[in-house]
Design a protein around this ligand. Structure first.
Ligand code: ATP
Length: 993
């Protein structure tokens, strides 16, 4: 059915030499798409991949397909413009196309062989300028670089200007303004005035200049990098405005115009600017330009002979790519950028559409966007313009390619009116640069008028020559000498002198009188010479002088005449060219009006085609919608069946879920039961241990209290005994003292015995029962010894007891370790207050009684004092005991010698002292035993018992909570429907417990 496919043919038109030249470039792609066919010279056919909209055939200057090199593109698209700009024309090359289609690659390119159009243009222009300069022409070059980002104009040349280094022809870092710039300085000044811009050089260059002139400017005294940074931040907020100069040329106010001489300088401006340019990664292009850039080269040349200046300008524009938001999926700032890009490209499309003669529109919406306003001259104005439309020739981007090709096709119909720009000398004032147009012609005709007046003046001067007197007077007047012809024919000068009468002589021939030209004044005739020979000397001198002046006048007049002739011919030429232009305009007007008719027809056709296309598209949309509706309907139809399947699936899932949940519940319950069982066992174990230890401690405490009571009773008895003994001893010692005193005084009779004389003491002086008491005393003394031994022994026993106690406590702690916190505190509080004093000494009878209860740790059997005669060792020191024998010597006091008696008394005193000491010790012991420590121990036991009870209560409370939580969990897992009955479960748990 290929033959039936509708083909839209757009190959006609665009043949006019001044119309925009359009080239197409398809970037290389990995896949070869069937949608594109490059057919013949400059023709490309594109078909709708869906096959619904038919094919479109376009015709352009040339179509570059993927194998084309950068050099090919340059030769076709740019080389002619290099010539144009050097001839004083405005030119423009701009790249248009969807995002990622290769605009930036084409315009700027990569390094080396792949460098783009701009570097190549720069090379060619710089080399042409250099060769012209070296042949003596005055040529200067200025560049500027800007970007339009989100409808905001920013100066990319700023990057170069703020750089710390600059490149000059000599490779130095800085230098004065280029020579050529200086030569054409008045033109630059004028441009500067018009644009209110300044010719800027990089900071480094400015600084070098300042240093050269010995003047460190304030603004240069700071750090460069700091100012550079500040300049960079300024850059982001730049918002330059577009203005129009006197010649109706648009320009950007305040944009830096950078004078350059070498290609390196220009490339530095470009490269630094590109680093500032807004680019970002998008879904379609890794380095997508988010702004349009315009790089402008201005060439100014001055004619050495005429002084006329030509100004050529070349705009190289890299537009940002149009993008379909749906495809690029831009969001946030990228979306904002994309919207700005698309809006400005739409404005460009509208301008191009309005410029299409067939559109018949009178208003061109240049002011709709900054882009179109800047390109005003290049689109339908004074410029040669070329469009390089780039496409991404894949099936995926067929629609975008078609749209680009459509735009490119419309551009072919845009007519421009390029003309040479004359930059008038500022000395002559007014006017301004531009082509030799209406204003130039007006200035020329004004000059012609002036020259004409001069010509008339010189003609009147010639008429003066007919009257010799008047002529001489006129000559003298011109020379600044006032003179008058007197009635006698003499000539009187202003100072009163009479210069002779020769001139008034009748018949005297007057030079030039017979119609000769004023030039004959300088060539005296023979008669004139004769006349002169008869004239006075002053007159002769005057005439000679006048003759000389007349000669000069003649030369001047000749030159003036030549100039007038020249101007006349120029004016005629200008007039002719004007007439020609007017007639050609008339012709073109006629042509235009005939074309207008054609265009109207075409427009009608176009409208019909568009209407049809719209209708087709509308139909397609309706079909598409219907399809979608049908699909939705089918989907809705299928829905119940799907619902059923899904319900079954859901039911299965619910059942599976219930099973899993039941399993989980069982598992959880078991785990909980095991846990509870373990806890219960552990608690009962701990309880038993506590009860055991509590009982044991209670028994111990009771036994201790009973023991203590027995001990106290016994001790009280012993103390009473001791007191009685003490009374007896006192009486005994008093009577002994009396005896000793009496012996000392010799109050007793002496009786001779075998061992010598002994006093005879009356029986009544000796205390009654003294012997019994004596026996008691001996026994007491022995007891004292034994008690001292017992003290040491009891100390060791006490140590052992303390050790045993701590062992018991450790054991208790080990047993209680499962519940460490509890056990720890328990062991701390259960620890009894240790007796601080040594155990009390006991009487023998008591010890014998105690021996029956040897297991009592407080009253162990004292093994160390089993042998009464042993010496007790305390602290490693040997303490002499009071021997019984020593006491025995008083059995028969009357028989004792005096010295022995004294010794015995001494011993007795010591004994009494010891008894006192012991009594005090016993009292202390008794007090300590009755002190609070023991009571606290008992209280501690009670408190611990109480604590255990509280703990036990807490544990059962926790268990109860756990059980409730478990029940809640089980209920939740089971869901509303599967909620198990509460009672049986809890009963089950309780039952197991
Ligand atoms: N003719 C070509 N030959 C080789 N590589 C190319 C060509 N054209 C484009 N490319 C590559 O394709 C990628 C996109 O190109 P480029 O950035 O020039 O697209 P663009 O049209 O400027 O996109 P945008 O509008 O998003 O800035 C780049 O990596 C570039 O090197």
């Amino acid at each position: 059915m290929e033959g039936a496919q509708h083909v839209n043919d757009y190959t006609a038109g665009g043949t006019d030499s001044s119309s925009i030249k359009v080239f197409i470039r398809g970037r290389p792609t990995p896949e070869t798409s069937e949608c594109y066919k490059v057919t013949g010279q400059g023709k490309i056919q594109i078909s709708d991949p869906s096959g619904e909209r038919g094919d479109h055939v376009f015709g352009y200057e040339k179509v570059f397909w993927d194998a084309s090199s950068q050099d090919d593109i340059y030769r076709y698209c740019c080389e002619p413009h290099v010539e144009h700009v050097l001839s004083g024309f405005n030119s423009c090359v701009f790249a248009y196309g969807q995002t990622g289609s290769g605009k930036t690659y084409s315009m700027f390119g990569e390094a080396g062989e792949n460098r783009g159009l701009i570097p190549r243009v720069v090379e060619s222009i710089v080399s042409a300028v250099t060769s012209r300069t070296s042949s003596g022409s005055e040529v200067a070059m200025v560049v500027s670089f800007l970007e339009i980002y989100c409808d905001q104009i920013r100066d990319l040349g700023n990057a170069y200007l703020n750089s710390d280094q600059t490149i000059t022809a000599a490779g130095d870092h800085a230098g004065p303004l280029p020579t050529n710039t200086a030569k054409t300085s008045e033109i630059f000044e004028r441009m500067q005035l018009e644009r209110q811009s300044s010719f800027s050089r990089p900071r480094a260059a400015s600084r070098a200049l300042s240093v050269q002139s010995g003047d460190l400017g304030d603004d240069m005294s700071g750090s460069f990098s700091a100012s550079q940074r500040a300049a960079e931040s300024d850059y982001r907020s730049m918002h330059y405005e577009i203005h129009e100069d006197n010649d109706k040329n648009v320009f950007v106010k305040d944009l830096a115009l950078i004078p350059v001489t070498t290609a390196e300088e220009v490339m530095a401006v470009i490269n630094m600017g590109l680093q500032l340019r807004a680019t970002h990664e998008t879904k379609i292009n890794d380095v997508s330009s988010r702004s349009h850039t315009v790089f402008t080269i201005t060439i100014i040349q001055k004619d050495r002979v005429t002084g006329a200046s030509l100004k050529g300008l070349l705009n190289l524009v890299d537009l940002a790519g149009s993008e379909r938001i749906k495809k690029s999926e831009s969001s946030g700032q990228r979306l904002k950028e994309a919207l700005h890009i698309n809006t400005s490209l739409t404005a460009l499309g509208k301008v191009v559409l309005a410029l299409d003669p067939s559109s018949n529109l009178s208003h061109i919406p240049y002011r709709d966007s900054k882009l179109t306003r800047l390109l005003q001259n290049s689109l339908g104005g004074n410029s040669y313009t070329t469009l390089l439309a780039t496409i991404h020739p894949t099936t995926e981007y067929a629609e975008e390619s078609l749209s680009t090709l459509m735009f490119a096709n419309r551009c072919r119909n845009v007519q421009n009116t390029p003309s040479v720009n004359y930059a008038a000398s500022p000395k002559k004032g007014g006017g301004g640069g531009g082509a030799m147009s209406a204003e130039g012609a007006a200035a020329a005709s004004k000059e012609i008028e002036t020259l004409k007046k001069q010509l008339q003046l010189s003609a009147s001067q010639q008429s003066l020559a007919a009257d010799p007197n008047l002529r001489v007077l006129d000559v003298l007047k011109q020379l600044g000498i006032s003179a008058e012809v007197q009635p006698d024919g003499t000539l009187q000068l202003g100072d009163g002198r009479i210069v002779g009468s020769a001139l008034s002589m009748p018949g005297m021939p007057v030079p030039g009188a017979n119609g000769a030209s004023a030039a004959s004044l300088a060539l005296p005739t023979q008669e004139f010479e004769q006349m002169m020979s008869g004239a006075s000397l002053e007159l002769q001198e005057l005439v000679a002088d006048l003759t000389q002046q007349a000669k000069t006048m003649k030369t001047k007049m000749k030159h003036k005449k030549e100039e007038v002739e020249k101007l006349k011919s120029e004016a005629v030429e200008a007039k002719n060219s004007h007439v020609q232009a007017v007639s050609s305009m008339k012709r073109s007007n006629q042509q235009l009006s005939s074309e207008l008719g054609n265009t109207k027809r075409k427009l009608d056709e176009l409208q019909t085609v568009m209407r049809e296309t719209h209708e087709t598209q509308l139909g397609e949309l309706v079909d598409h919608n219907n399809k979608i509706l049908l699909q939705q309907h089918n989907l809705l139809q299928q829905l119940p069946a799907d619902l059923k399947v899904n319900t079954n699936l859901l039911e299965d899932a619910r059942r599976a879920n219930q099973q899993i949940s039941a399993k989980e519940q069982t598992k959880f319950r078991k785990e909980l039961e095991a846990l509870e069982f373990g806890r219960t066992a552990e608690i009962s174990n701990i309880k038993q241990q506590y009860e055991f230890w509590l009982n044991k401690k209670q028994a111990e405490a009771e036994k201790f209290v009973a023991d203590f009571n027995v001990y106290r009773t016994k001790k009280n008895e012993t103390i009473a005994e001791y007191e009685a003994e003490l009374v007896h001893l006192f009486e005994y010692s008093t009577s002994l003292k009396t005896i000793v005193d009496t012996v000392g005084h010799g109050g007793f009779n002496m009786r001779k015995t075998r061992s010598g004389f002994v006093p005879v003491i009356p029986k009544q002086m000796v205390a009654p029962n003294i012997l019994d008491d004596h026996n008691t005393l001996s026994r007491t003394l022995r007891l004292v010894q034994k008690r001292e031994e017992a003290i040491a022994h009891e100390k060791s026993v006490q140590n052992r007891a303390t050790k045993a106690l701590s062992q018991v406590e450790d054991m208790l702690a080990t047993v209680e370790s499962p519940n460490k916190t509890m056990a720890g505190s328990a062991s701390r509080s259960l620890r009894p207050a240790r007796p601080q004093t040594a155990p009390m000494r006991r009487s023998r009878s008591q010890q014998n009684n105690d021996a029956l209860d040897n297991s009592d740790i407080w009253n162990p059997r004292p093994p160390a004092y089993a042998h009464e005669d042993e010496t007790t060792v305390t602290g490693g020191e040997s303490v002499p005991l009071v021997e019984e024998d020593e006491i025995d010597m008083v059995t028969n006091v009357e028989d004792l010698p005096e010295t022995d008696l004294k010794d015995t008394v001494e011993k007795l005193r010591r004994y009494i002292f010891l008894q006192e000491e012991k009594k005090n010790q016993q009292k202390t012991i008794m007090q300590e035993l009755g002190s609070q420590q023991t009571l606290e121990y008992i209280k501690g036991l009670e408190a611990e018992t109480q604590r255990y009870k509280t703990l036990s209560r807490d544990q059962s409370h926790k268990l109860k909570n756990l059980r409730i939580a478990n029940e809640a969990l089980v209920r939740r897992k089971g869901g509303g429907a599967a909620k198990p009955p509460r009672r049986p479960q809890s009963a089950a748990v309780t039952g197991r417990r």
